[in-house]
Design a binder for this molecule. Structure first.
Ligand code: C5P
Length: 236
């Protein structure tokens, strides 16, 4: 398995404390180079954890899904850049001005800004309620929102395994796709209703995959990481 394949696997540190996060990083050893910090861990552990991960040579995906006025989001992205994170998320539904401000704030040396299109927890009825629209096809809505990211020059979007192919068909190489909802064959899907294996995600065109429980809940997280990275590399 090549180093480049393992650099495409982002491990979600979905644990409740700084101590547990650093224990997991230890267990993963040198293999996992790209780690995701989400709202729960960030709120609990604070931004100092980002420095600690950076000091250990890790790339950090700060998944706080910013959604605010352009000026505030730009400030948050600049703060993330000072913490030397590699990737951040914003909601595409924050609008073009916000997306543009986020991209400008990141600049050439800041984090890559990825847009969340529709949360996978939303169904067509939720979209109707929230956006006041007639019932929509969720995939059409995801592709439309991904278009805002492409038009404003963002490098990519976050999308479920079932949406990757359509996004790639619509935007080709203009948008990178980060895909959560990954399970090794035989793993418990838990609360993920739309999930796929690392190989299927690779074949669909995912550029990065986010993997939580298949690695973090494994008896041997380092071995599970290797299995995920090998399957992603082989498209198996
Ligand atoms: O444990 P599991 O592999 O399901 O974790 C997936 C990670 O990806 C979690 O951190 C979850 O919050 C995140 N995520 C997701 N679905 C999305 C966006 C993010 O599962 N649509």
């Amino acid at each position: 398995m090549s180093d480049s394949a393992s650099s495409k696997i982002i491990v979600a540190l979905d644990v409740p404390s700084r101590k547990k996060a650093l224990e997991l990083v230890e267990k993963l050893d040198d293999q996992a180079a790209f780690l995701k910090v989400g709202a729960q861990l960030f709120t609990e552990a604070g931004p100092g954890l980002l420095d600690e991960l950076h000091k250990r040579g890790k790339r950090v995906f700060l998944d706080l899904k910013f959604h605010d006025i352009p000026n505030t989001v730009a400030g948050a992205i600049k703060a993330a850049a000072r913490k030397r994170v590699s990737m951040v998320t914003v909601h595409a539904s924050g609008g073009k001005e916000m997306l543009k401000a986020a991209q400008e704030a990141a600049g050439p040396n800041g984090p890559d800004v990825f847009a969340v299109t529709l949360l996978t927890s939303l169904d067509s009825e939720d979209v109707e309620q929230v956006f006041g629209r007639a019932p929509v096809s969720l995939v059409d809505e995801v592709v439309r929102l991904a278009g805002l990211a492409a038009e404003t020059g963002l490098p990519g979007v976050v999308a479920s395994p079932t949406e990757v192919k359509t996004i790639k068909r619509s935007y080709g190489d203009a948008l990178l796709v980060v895909t959560p909802g990954i399970r090794l064959p035989g793993d418990d899907p838990g609360d993920q209703s739309r999930y796929s294996t690392p190989g299927a995600a690779a074949r669909a065109g995912a550029d990065y995959i986010v993997v939580g429980r298949s690695i973090t809940a494994a008896k041997d997280p380092a071995a599970a990481f290797q299995a995920v990275a090998a399957a992603f590399a082989e498209g198996a």
